[in-house]
Write a protein that binds this ligand. Structure first.
Ligand SMILES: Cc1cc2nc3c(=O)[nH]c(=O)nc-3n(C[C@H](O)[C@H](O)[C@H](O)COP(=O)(O)OP(=O)(O)OC[C@H]3O[C@@H](n4cnc5c(N)ncnc54)[C@H](O)[C@@H]3O)c2cc1C
Length: 388
């Protein structure tokens, strides 16, 4: 059936991504899901086709495309039934490395990333004790001559076992010694290949969906001083800029998920005949599909607006947060509707619905939970009193 009728941005890129994804059908993702295995072939295919280098500037061998193009790529992966979580970090971390408004960095890894010779898929921010309260993180990076010494722990560092490099946020100045509470954190590129098994250990965490997530311990890990991104102590600001990119891109994935659920539900509701008529002839079945469609389209507009502001170099914080909130709600509502439309078959593994349902649930919690977005909007946009 025809795809849901949103006006298409980047039709050529979308067509290319769809053709690539057609080689990785539901059976492929289902088999990996059973084993909790990483989609190595899929990620290789996306890399070789150049899609993961979409945001890397042309001078470093990437395509130098704006974030809306990356959003179109990830949306299509999800609308095709796949899962971009296996590799989306390489795109969204460019938001931290190539901060809007700052000069192009002399980041030595970019050409190898663009060529697919190196993988930058691990984003080490969350810690077990501080959780959402990022400014309370405890991993430290101590400056000694020519390098930093890192000690601490991260949790939920996804794809660490399938990445060569990690973008790490650590404290370089004790909290009680900084003037502003957002100062004193720094961002580093960590070459995990050199440290694994000695000063760094990775333990996988099994979750309800196939996500290759892990916890990581650092024990006197040495990071060369030149691997510091930007200025020491300003890392939280750089991460925030990266987080806007992350929210926009994950929102685009949620839009893709919602489109997939809506398309599945619409097709099934036309084909499944009960009481001598298609179930989709009943308004009790039609209306939830129509509502999910309206919700998805509204969220999609916010994703486009957030990307537009981000690309214009404007502060896209509110829109990126709203895009993530609305798109995650739209995909979760569409997932629930799709299970209901399929009745018992919605629970059967071979339909892929239960898999996508589990996958899209994550985005109510990560990369930022719904409550924290509402809190951001209440305080920073509406001027309500700070709650924490
Ligand atoms: C599968 C998976 C993959 C992930 N991948 C990564 C990754 O690659 N890199 C990374 O750094 N992190 C990653 N994360 C971490 C993710 O970003 C966090 O789980 C998320 O930010 C929530 O933090 P938390 O789990 O510590 O929950 P907590 O911070 O402990 O919060 C628990 C609950 O309390 C609520 N809450 C807390 N404080 C308040 C408040 N003041 N007001 C209202 N509600 C509040 C939260 O909204 C949440 O619902 C991943 C998580 C998962 C589950």
């Amino acid at each position: 059936m025809a795809r849901t009728t949103s006006p298409e941005t980047y039709p050529d890129i979308r067509e290319g991504v769809r053709a690539l994804c057609a080689k990785f059908p539901g059976e492929y993702w289902r088999a990996l899901d059973r084993e909790r295995a990483y989609p190595t072939e899929f990620v290789r295919a996306l890399t070789e086709a150049g899609y993961l280098a979409a945001l890397i500037p042309e001078e470093f061998g990437g395509s130098g495309l704006p974030i809306s193009a990356a959003a179109a790529i990830l949306e299509e992966v999800h609308a095709s039934g796949g899962n971009g979580a296996a590799c989306h970090a390489q795109m969204y971390m460019m938001g931290t490395i190539l901060r809007p408004g700052s000069p192009t960095p002399k980041e030595p890894h970019l050409p190898a990333l663009a060529a697919g010779d190196l993988r930058l898929q691990a984003f080490g921010v969350t810690e077990p004790t501080s959780g959402t309260d990022t400014l309370s993180l405890r991993t430290t990076a101590r400056h000694e001559d020519g390098h930093y010494v890192v000690n601490g722990q991260k949790i939920w560092t996804s794809r660490a076992e399938h990445s060569d490099l990690m973008l790490l946020l650590a404290r370089t100045t004790p909290r009680e010694q900084v003037k502003r509470r957002t100062d004193g954190l720094s961002v580093f590129i960590v070459d995990m290949r050199l440290a694994l098994g000695t000063s760094m250990s990775i333990t996988p965490i099994r979750t309800i969906m196939n996500h290759a997530t892990t916890q990581i311990f650092f024990d006197d890990l040495h990071v060369p001083a030149e691997n510091l991104i930007g200025e020491e102590g300003k890392g939280f600001r750089y991460i925030l800029s990266g987080m806007n990119a992350e929210r926009i891109l994950i929102a685009a994935e949620c839009i893709g998920d919602a489109k997939w659920f809506i398309e599945k539900a619409s097709s099934y509701a036309k084909e499944r005949v009960l009481f001598n008529r298609p179930i989709g002839q009943n308004q009790g079945v039609q209306f939830p599909i129509a509502r999910a469609y309206a919700q998805m389209r509204a969220a999609e507009l916010m994703v486009h607006e957030a990307a537009r502001k981000y690309e214009a170099g404007e502060d896209a914080g509110a829109e990126a947060n709203m895009a993530k909130l609305l798109a995650a709600d739209a995909s979760w509502a569409a997932a629930d509707m799709c299970v209901q439309t399929h009745g018992g078959f919605g629970f059967a593994e071979e339909y892929d619905i239960e898999r996508k349902f589990r996958e899209t649930r994550l985005y109510q919690v990560a990369p930022i939970s719904t409550n924290m977005i509402l809190s951001y909007l209440a305080e920073h946009v509406l001027g309500l009193p700070r709650s924490y």
